[in-house]
Design a protein around this ligand. Structure first.
Ligand SMILES: NC(=O)c1ccc[n+]([C@@H]2O[C@H](COP(=O)([O-])OP(=O)(O)OC[C@H]3O[C@@H](n4cnc5c(N)ncnc54)[C@H](OP(=O)(O)O)[C@@H]3O)[C@@H](O)[C@H]2O)c1
Length: 338
């Protein structure tokens, strides 16, 4: 790559089931010129998030798919190389949505300036960014945990799950996490301070979860679906709230889901236990974002919320890191350093 080159990763083909490196392609291009009101960005950090699997598929969803040949979407922290917007200067660090590429042109109105003295800039992609906000808004608006209640969340070592459990504890609830493998479970208990943690790979996961929730489950923050949901479902209390945030266990699925039709049993329980099951996409709560940033920054400063990042070097390693994220090979907020 020469100094005048930019590199980007585009969607080469749509995956069937698990994505493979062949679904992505690296391309080189000249660094673009900017017009009045625009800013040229050099990406420093790229966020990898499970929702990107949805963009790779042509199936109808809440957002349009990435077209074949288009740059993969994604949130980034970038440095301003050149600016024709008076609000930005060369060297500024900004939060942008410039995708899987080394350079991008953006309008100033699409950027938020970051202050590296107030927090490490990578946190704008994790605990102080979209995933942290998802946890905050989904848990507090839909889950509404009360002191003494039991809150359960899976993918508990990731940026959404870890924030859910820690915020639940700040609100006086018991936090029970579910994570994959002993190392993640120990971290969730010891560093994130959850009251109990269950390994979803344990053959007796359902029994262990029941033992960890002797008073049942009042809030289940749904991040994964699959066999975790099967273990949680019988433990839900009357008036339990279930913010449905994500179903990562199903994102690579093809065809029908295995097992019997669960819908009649689910609907009976929704009725007889007055369950609230409410899906959400974080941006519907975007009006809460300024309050979230202030409150979350304070909790981090007080040590009430901790976070973990998993940083991979090099844009060329983004596809493999993303494939691993969907399978739990990440350990913390998945970020690519360019
Ligand atoms: N609704 C929204 O607006 C919104 C916004 C952001 C994120 N989300 C959703 O929130 C969830 C968590 O996102 P994140 O960024 O914090 O991801 P993450 O936790 O960093 O990564 C996903 C994790 O899911 C777990 N997982 C994968 N397959 C699993 C399975 N079959 N059973 C149980 N766990 C499995 C893995 O952890 P283990 O190794 O512990 O299994 C993996 O590390 C995702 O479903 C995502 O789509 C939704």
């Amino acid at each position: 790559m020469s100094q005048s080159d930019s590199v980007r990763i585009v969607l080469a083909s749509r995956p069937e089931g698990r994505p493979s490196p062949q679904n992505f392609r690296a391309e080189h291009a000249a660094i673009p010129a900017i017009a009045e009101g625009q800013v040229l960005l050099k990406v420093r950090y790229l966020s990898l998030d499970p929702y990107m699997r949805g963009r790779m598929s042509a199936a109808k969803s809440y957002a349009a798919p990435t077209e074949i040949g288009q740059v993969m979407e994604g949130g980034t922290v970038a440095e301003v190389l050149e600016s024709r917007d008076p609000a930005f200067r060369r060297g500024d660090l900004v939060l942008s949505y410039s995708g899987w590429q080394s350079h991008a042109v953006a309008n100033g109105s699409q950027l938020r300036k970051l202050d590296p003295k107030s927090a490490p800039v990578t946190t704008a992609l994790g605990v102080l960014g979209m995933p942290g906000f998802t946890a905050y808004a989904g848990l507090l608006t839909i889950g509404q945990p009360k002191p003494g209640e039991t809150v359960v969340v899976a993918a508990a070592s990731g940026p959404v799950g870890s924030a859910v459990g820690q915020i639940a504890r700040i609100k006086g609830a018991r936090a029970v996490g579910i994570a994959g493998g002993p190392e993640k479970c120990a971290f969730v208990r010891e560093t994130f301070g959850f009251d109990a943690v269950i390994d979803h790979r344990d053959p007796d996961m359902a029994g262990k979860l029941a033992a960890a929730c002797p008073d049942g489950i009042d809030v289940y923050f749904e991040n994964v679906g699959g066999h975790v949901w099967d273990a949680v479902f019988p433990l839900l209390n009357t008036f339990a709230r279930i913010p449905v945030c994500g179903l990562v266990a199903q994102y690579n699925a093809t065809g029908d889901f295995p097992g019997p039709d669960r819908l009649p049993v689910l609907m009976r329980q929704v009725l007889s236990k007055s369950l609230t099951i409410r899906g959400f996409i974080q941006r519907e709560f975007i009006a809460q974002a300024p309050v979230f940033r202030e409150e979350m920054a304070r909790w981090i400063g007080e040590g009430a919320v901790k976070y973990k990042e998993d940083i991979v070097e090099g844009l060329e390693n983004a596809p493999e890191a993303f494939i691993g994220l969907l399978e739990g090979r990440n350990f913390g907020k998945m970020i690519v350093k360019l």
